[in-house]
Write a protein that binds this ligand. Structure first.
Ligand SMILES: [Zn+2]
Length: 282
């Protein structure tokens, strides 16, 4: 599932569409599970025509295209959330069947394609005010790439839930999913089952520092392509950060730090991997 580093890589990979004007929008329906598109496809196409892409921004795990209308209507945001298997591509897609959106530009060149095998990703066109409500605080917390220990401590210190579950909560910090939560907790030596209220300010500082470092490194390596290799960059290459995973997906392997056996447990219906030898429960 694309998390912060993967979506950041997608946003950078489609950066050449900034400044381009949309001349064609298609939303093919070739699967039994069409992607959620709002407004409905025909109206989305009508509203996008003639708009210019002013900027691309990542908000948590979403790609946001800022649009400038040709007519005197309010400025809008096209919000694409890849969810499980969505990809933003500037090259031909892996399959034709799972293409969800094709946007073509006045200047020609390759289209911008949203491809999604499982069809759980969403495409939404929002006016600026609605965007601020749906994709801003309190629903979306501070970005994990600039997470600070004092913010984290403030957000979680009164909570009884486990730190792993809190790190996945996009209201606490935006962008972390299952892969990076496991890697951050390993790097900081914190057992994922530790209750938030037991974590000191110093532990929160350490978590925030490792969070920024791991996410920055994962962006440099263009994200993690794991398992079914669904995640690809905008030019259809796999990421390389999966080679750096220390615990994620490493059931029964030896911990690279202390040699103990890495365990898999389930928290809030999601797998978590950790080292019982060097991740201390608090
Ligand atoms: Zn260990």
């Amino acid at each position: 599932m694309p998390e912060l580093p993967e979506v950041e890589t997608m946003c950078r990979g489609i950066g050449d569409v900034i400044g381009q004007t949309i001349v064609s929008v298609a939303t093919p329906r070739r699967t039994r599970r069409p992607s959620p598109i709002s407004p409905p496809p025909r109206r989305l196409a009508t509203e996008l025509l003639g708009q210019r892409i002013e900027a691309i921004e990542r908000v948590g795990k979403r790609a946001v295209l800022h649009l400038r209308p040709s007519r005197a209507s309010a400025s809008a945001r096209l919000v694409i959330e890849p969810r499980m298997t969505g990809l933003l591509l500037r090259v031909p897609p892996p399959t034709e069947q799972h293409v969800r959106l094709i946007v073509e530009f006045q200047a020609g060149g390759p289209p911008l394609t949203f491809w999604d095998r499982r069809g759980l990703g969403t495409i939404r066109l929002l006016d600026a005010a609605t965007f601020a409500t749906r994709c801003g605080p309190p629903l979306i917390g501070p970005d994990a790439l600039s997470l600070r220990g004092d913010w984290l401590y403030e957000a979680i210190h009164a909570s009884q839930r486990s730190i792993k579950v809190a790190l996945l909560d996009q209201r606490v910090t935006a962008g972390i999913g299952n892969i990076y939560a496991a890697e951050i907790l390993f790097a900081a030596g914190v057992d994922p089952r530790s209750r938030c209220c037991r974590l000191s300010r110093a532990v929160c500082d350490s978590l925030a520092r490792h969070c920024r470092r791991i996410l920055q490194r994962a962006i440099r390596l263009e994200g993690s392509s794991i398992g079914d290799e669904t995640y690809r960059t905008a030019d259809n290459r796999p990421g390389r950060f999966q080679r750096c995973h220390q615990v994620y997906g490493q059931t029964d392997a030896a911990c690279p730090r202390c040699g103990a056996t890495i365990r898999r447990i389930v928290q809030a219906q999601r797998s978590t991997w950790f080292c019982p030898g060097c991740q201390r429960r608090r």
